[in-house]
Write a protein that binds this ligand. Structure first.
Ligand SMILES: *Cc1c(COP(=O)(O)O)cnc(C)c1O
Length: 380
């Protein structure tokens, strides 16, 4: 079975009780048992829910994993990862410029339990190798990163980690399994914020972990039930429904993303464009090798806070909002929105300037998106 067929059918087999082609939303907390210890495999809904299981089966198939686990948010999924695999004294290498919530979780919560994190420029495999310590247990990659679209070579870093028994985790939220499948490149665990492209309609918050190894699956399953940060049945259903059109949407995000990036790259008021699908992107070759499309995330620099404000306050179609991955185009200002908690000097060092604008290019007619950006840029 190929990707789009799996997206539509795995987990969504007709309901055995009624033949319903859409998986029912099993909005229940518990299940009646026939006798003591006699039940249909369902006892309590934190542990088992058929709607959640349907989503989990679909996600495992799309990423090529043995199992998937769905959580209440992307952050709950990342938190479960730490709970499942790390102990006090362990060390983790993390892509610098990782999602702000991930940085906050690691630094403000897990550091106080004795887990140590190093933030490394994972563009450079040599730097990852230099950062290794005897107690390194995990390498946490985000590729491409937000908002500068910096890539890490998943295969090369997995080859470094595997013989040392270090797990490689990839946050695949930006590409989705349609464009990038980290497990096939050697990673051990994939993280998703299903809130973004997987759901795709900006109407649900959720997260997931997908694993290669059956023992890892058991550990995550234990944590999912023990800590209990499960996705709700309604949200599981919304994500499952979103996934059915994931290939269609991703193709459109990609086509529109490329067109918007080209438009911006040629615009005289734009100083710099960050998009892995532009041949001028320093990691264009890696992007072509590791991903099968470039997606809809584009960042560009107009040079100053005042100019960025003019653009952000002049757009009419693009909504000024955090988040990404929905069918509607969203535009944001990383320095004051998603990355406001990063200290200014650190932002400067990473390249998140005050003139930087990020767009999550949606699935509208691209001429309309470009016309909106054009009229907003004209006001600078
Ligand atoms: C949004 C996001 C998260 C966190 O997910 P939530 O669903 O908001 O908890 C993690 N990683 C990346 C790359 C994200 O974009």
């Amino acid at each position: 079975m190929r990707f789009a067929t799996k997206a539509i059918h795995i987990g969504s087999e007709p309901d055995p009780a009624t033949g319903a082609v859409s998986v029912p939303i099993y909005q229940t907390s518990t299940y009646a048992q026939e006798g003591l210890g006699k039940h249909k495999g369902y006892e309590y809904a934190r542990t088992q829910n058929p709607t959640r299981f349907a989503l989990e089966r679909c996600l495992a198939a799309l990423e090529g994993g043995t199992a998937a686990f769905a959580f209440a948010s992307g952050m709950a999924a990342i938190n479960a990862l730490v709970e499942a695999f790390l102990h006090a004294g362990d060390h983790v290498i993390v892509s610098e410029n990782v999602y702000g919530g991930t940085f906050r979780l690691f630094e403000r919560i897990w550091r106080k339990y004795g887990v140590d994190f190093s933030y490394v420029d994972t563009r450079d495999v040599a730097r990852v190798e230099q950062a290794l310590r005897p107690e390194t247990r995990m390498i946490f990659l985000e590729t491409p990163t937000n908002p500068l679209m910096i890539l890490a070579d998943i295969r090369a870093i997995s080859e470094l980690a595997r013989p040392r028994g270090i797990r490689v985790v990839v946050d695949n939220t930006f590409m989705s399994p349609y464009f990038q499948r980290p497990l096939e490149l050697g990673a051990d665990v994939v993280v998703h914020s299903t809130t973004k492209y997987l759901n795709g309609h900006s109407d649900s918050v959720g997260g997931a972990l997908v694993v290669r190894d059956a023992e890892d699956a058991e550990r995550i399953k234990f944590v999912q039930n023990a800590a209990g940060a499960i996705i709700s049945p309604l949200d599981a259903w919304l994500v499952l429904r979103g996934i059915k059109t994931l290939p269609l949407r991703m193709r459109q995000h990609d086509e529109n993303g490329r067109a918007v990036a080209r438009f911006l790259a040629e615009h005289p008021r734009v100083e710099r464009v960050y998009y892995p699908g532009l041949p001028s992107h320093p990691q264009y070759e890696l992007a072509r090798r590791q991903m099968s499309g470039f997606g809809g995330m584009v960042a560009f620099d107009v040079g100053s806070l005042e100019k960025a404000r003019t653009v952000l306050e002049s757009v009419r179609l693009c909504a000024l909002a955090e988040s990404l991955g929905g069918v509607e185009t969203l535009i944001s200002h990383p320095a004051t929105m998603t990355h406001a908690s990063v200290p200014p000097e650190e932002r400067q060092r990473l390249g998140i300037t005050e003139g930087l604008i990020r767009i999550s290019v949606g699935c509208e007619d691209v001429e309309d998106i470009i016309a909106d950006l054009d009229q907003a840029l004209a006001r600078i």
